[in-house]
Design a protein around this ligand. Sequence first.
Ligand code: SAM
Length: 217
Amino acid sequence: MRSLKDLVEELEREGFIRSREVKEAMLNIDRRNFVPYIHREEAYLDEPLPIGEDQTISAPHMVAIMLELLEIKKGMKVLEIGAGSGYNACLIEFLAYPGKVISIERQKSLYYIAQENVKRCPYSENIKIIFGDGSMGYPEEAPFDRIVVTCGAPDIPNVLLEQLSIDGIMLIPVGGHYFQELYRVIKRKEGITKENHGSVAFVPMIGKYGFKEEFYI
Ligand code: SAM
């Protein structure tokens, strides 16, 4: 039977995992603990899986790409928008410890699931799951060294840029409801630089600075 180690080695062979740190994180945080029971057998496949409320836990290669682009260092404070299963929040905390992760989720049932799931992570005391609209960020704890948006936005919200530290990195899928381009935004004293890291398909960010909810009813 396929194991977590098989998955991680495949991601490394295919070039998605490039650093020792991301490899360690993906070996230590077991994806199987974050997928619904009926999908446990598929946890080590490189595929997105349903987590309820029409939402998904992203494919492991996408998680690895994003973790590598974020260049998270020990002690950083990271904001995630879209907690989902809590998997990515645990990986981020593994990389950032003794730093802190704040992860926002707008679906109440997923907020509860993420809260329960992260209790099983090492360093879970440094992960805070918040219920609410993450498109507005989380000014109470700003600025953040890193911001990662795991849902697709129509634009880069200014309010998120304002909450990013100088020399901070934000990753955000920008585009339509189904397909987007993954942007890495770096904020320097002199201004903002944006890199396009290719096409991606995330569920939409619904909220004040995201898409409107009516579209999905
Ligand atoms: N990072 C998650 C994980 O590790 O399982 C996967 C995230 S899933 C691809 C995207 C999530 O973004 C969904 O759970 C969705 O409910 C959430 N979402 C969408 N719009 C949001 C918003 N405005 N604020 C917070 N979460 C939002």
